[in-house]
Structures are given as C-alpha cells and as structure tokens.
Design a protein around this ligand. Structure first.
Ligand SMILES: [Zn+2]
Length: 247
C-alpha cells in the first residue's frame, strides 16, 4: 500500500511536471530512447528535434572560409573529479583557468569523451573525441573539440582511465590535471555555431574543433569502449550554417 501510494503520488506529480523521486528523463544512444527520439522524450528536450543549429555536424572543410583569431589557452593544473554520469566519462575541473576565444575569456568547466568522435570532417570519423566545455562571464558556452586517433598511449588520459568508474559514480583524481596536456601542438581549428550534443540540446554553443588529432592507444580506446561502446549523437543538418577555419 505504501508503495502504491508512492507510485500514485509520483504519477500525479509526473502529469503536472515530473516525478521528484526520479526526475531525470531517461535517454540514451540506442533504441526508443536514442537520438532520433530525444525531442519527444520530454518537453525540455524539444529543441533536440526543432533546433536549426544542432551539433555535432559533418564539417565541410573544403568550403570553410578563413576567419577568427588564434586560440590562446592559459589552462593550469586543477583539481579533477572523474564522473561516470551514465552517458560518458566527464572530468570536472575546479579552477582550471581557461582560454581566450576570439577575444573573449572563457573558463573551462569540464571535458568529456565520445566514441566514435561526434564531429566529422569531410565525412571522416575519428574513433574518439573530447569536448572541452567552457563558459564566459555572460553565461555563454564554447567547446573546444579534440580528435583522437589510434597510436601511442596518451599519458593524460592514462591518469584518468586508471580510476574512471565503470558504473555511475565519481572518483577524485589524486594528482592535479592540466587540460593543456590534452592539446595537440597546433591549435588550428574549424569553428561553427551549434548546441549541446546531449538533451536538452541547448543552442548558442560555439565549437572550436581542432584540426590536428592527438593519439591514444588501441588498448585505451578499448578501455573506454568497454564502459561506453557508443556514445555519439549522429551528425545533424547544417541548415545553411557557414563554417570558418583558422590556421
Ligand atoms: Zn560532448
């Protein structure tokens, strides 16, 4: 009876808003909660379906026009919390400083990983990518994307992968983490206007996708895939967006 009342109470709240005992709408990357259904799973996810500037995209590198300033980073070693949120491994950084993007200072909040890489370049897919999520003082988001290809073991991922939780949960990293250790040696990029690539797919996010991939070992890739075999949203229509690039 007690359980029934709880369910009934929850249902009532659910009709008007959502169940407080489980207010997270379940979404995923496959089946009827997969990307093509996200927009229908919740009103708060509607823009996943209706949005016109959604991410990721297949970057038409050939037609990208040159514009923008060089990326200036001033990341510093920061306290890192490694979270398995059920959708990815996300590394939350406290006081990791940030980057200057086209004259505006952004602070890094977190980075997380997708396999296969979410953005494509002229149809080419990478096995994995990182999205470094930044926010400025106006609350605007900017993401620096880093592609990973298979090759030499990646030292900065190694520290994370040695403690990343296989199931939902979190783990602090013993040593500080420096986001600059993730970067390739050149920061030339493609720039586009997009959205969060997970529900609610909020738009107004500027992406700086670094052209030069970095390396990770096949063993590292498999280690991530063991937890998340596939956590990439398919590419979304350009809808007339222009892509710029900077070398
Ligand atoms: Zn992402």
């Amino acid at each position: 009876m007690k359980i029934l009342m709880k369910i009934a109470g929850c249902m009532l709240v659910f009709i008007s808003f959502s169940c407080p005992a489980d207010n997270k709408v379940k979404w995923g990357y496959e089946g009827d909660i997969g990307p093509s259904s996200w927009g229908n799973l919740s009103q708060e996810f509607a823009v996943c379906q209706t949005g016109q500037k959604q991410a990721p995209i297949d970057i038409p590198a050939i037609s990208a026009t040159t514009s923008g300033a060089s990326i200036q980073t001033n990341y510093k070693p920061a306290q890192a919390e490694i979270v398995n949120n059920g959708h990815t491994i996300q590394i939350n950084l406290t006081n990791g400083e940030g980057a200057n993007l086209n004259g505006v200072d952004f602070k890094i909040l977190q980075f997380h990983l997708h396999t296969p890489g979410e953005e494509k370049v002229d149809g080419t897919t990478y096995p994995l990518n990182a999205h470094l999520v930044h926010k400025n003082s106006d609350g605007k988001f900017a993401v620096i994307g880093i592609f990973f290809k298979e090759g030499t073991e990646n030292a900065s991922l190694k520290s994370i992968f040695s403690v990343m939780p296989a199931h939902e949960g979190q783990q602090s990293l013993n040593e500080n983490f420096d986001a600059s250790d993730l970067l390739p040696d050149t920061l030339s990029y493609y720039q586009y206007e997009g959205s969060l690539t997970t529900p609610g797919c909020t738009e107004g996010v500027t992406f700086y996708i670094l052209k030069k991939p970095v390396e990770m070992s096949t063993a590292q890739l498999n280690q991530f895939k063991k937890i998340f075999p596939m956590n990439a949203r398919p590419v979304m229509p350009l809808n007339g967006r222009t892509i710029t690039q900077h070398d």
